[in-house]
Design a protein around this ligand. Structure first.
Ligand code: PMV
Length: 323
């Protein structure tokens, strides 16, 4: 039987997804907006073969069993049911960014898996259907299917919860300078975090105000208005972390160096350097800036105490098949 290889980029959320209305299908409580990260990719090959005894997953050269394999099997089963394929699959996946660098790989992983698995099984899915399928593996993965700047429409159920591109990568040459302040795996994964979100007394207010922040962010992106973008993405990141910190049990993802970077970014912006921070479910800080200043921004970040490494990522394109 056939095989296919797909490549997908990680993405950084500018307006965050935190909390589901339906945990099983990953229907989010609010919409979100992200940008794909060109230099952070997952490359995944899926091969269906009648001679395989069961599904297997090799991630960065190592076999994975248990929960990791079960999550992959969810996508494979969906694809097999649609394509009428009975065979087991071998999934071989590699990230080009350092494993354990504290950069989430589930978004690029499930976007690449959805594309490679569906193609290997002979299905030709639309971008919307691929986004819906990737969402079942990891919510944020639905945003790694389309290219450039992407919005996930929360929807009400499986059919209308998917992401679309709102501007191509070349629309605005922003760069994400990722300050790595802690390289270990996180103590509490996002799956558990989404469930805890509702135990925070401020999650409802965060969700209720999301449409306003989405409008501000979408408009700032379309108008290439950096000041407006900086204001709304820092507010949105701080709101999500406020929910995390006030959940029961509370989640505190920041390290001391995370806060050092916040202060530096705000000082630099006050001095006229266009920079803004945002943080996902971890301690590392994504510092967004226009391409013209990214060399200076990365240099300054590397000089801050507690910053171990800076990864640089321009805006990336859509998930695609390897020729
Ligand atoms: O896709 P998940 O379940 O790993 O959740 C991602 C959550 C955040 O990265 C914190 C925010 C986001 O919108 O990507």
């Amino acid at each position: 039987m056939s095989s296919a290889t797909a490549i997908a980029h990680a993405n950084i959320a500018l307006i965050k997804y935190w909390g589901n209305r339906d945990d099983a299908l990953r229907i989010p409580a609010n919409g979100s907006i992200s940008m794909n990260l060109a230099s952070l990719t997952t490359r995944t090959t899926v091969r269906f073969s009648a001679s395989l005894y069961s599904d297997c997953l090799i991630l960065n050269g190592r076999p994975v069993a248990g929960a990791g394999l079960e999550r992959v099997r969810l996508i494979l089963d969906w694809v097999r049911a649609r394509a009428g394929v009975g065979a087991s699959a071998e999934v071989v996946s590699e990230n080009n960014f350092p494993t354990g660098a504290g950069i989430a790989s589930s978004a690029s992983a499930f976007a690449a898996l959805a594309l490679a698995a569906s193609h290997a099984a002979g299905l030709s899915l639309t971008e919307i259907d691929l986004s819906r399928l990737a969402r079942r593996g990891s919510g944020s993965a639905c945003r790694s299917v389309p290219g450039g700047f992407v919005e996930w429409h929360p929807g009400n159920d499986d059919t209308d919860s998917y992401a679309v591109s709102i501007a191509p990568p070349e629309h605005w040459d922003l760069v994400d300078c990722i300050a790595i302040v802690h390289a270990g795996p996180k103590a509490v994964g996002s799956g558990e975090g989404h469930v805890l979100a509702w135990t925070s007394p401020i999650q409802a207010a965060r969700v209720a105000d999301a449409p306003r922040r989405l409008d501000l962010c979408r408009r700032a992106l379309l108008n290439r208005d950096f000041d407006a973008l900086a204001a709304v993405i820092e507010l949105d990141s701080d709101l999500m972390h406020a929910v995390m910190m006030t959940s029961r049990p509370p989640l505190l993802y920041w390290q001391a160096a995370t806060i050092t970077v916040f202060h530096a970014v705000r000082n630099w912006r006050a001095q006229g350097l266009p920079v803004a921070y945002t943080v996902d479910a971890g301690p590392n800080v994504h510092v967004i800036c226009p391409n013209q200043v990214h060399v200076e921004v990365s240099r300054r970040l590397r000089n801050l105490p507690g910053v171990q490494e800076v990864l640089v990522a321009p805006v990336g394109g859509p998930a695609h098949l390897e020729e």
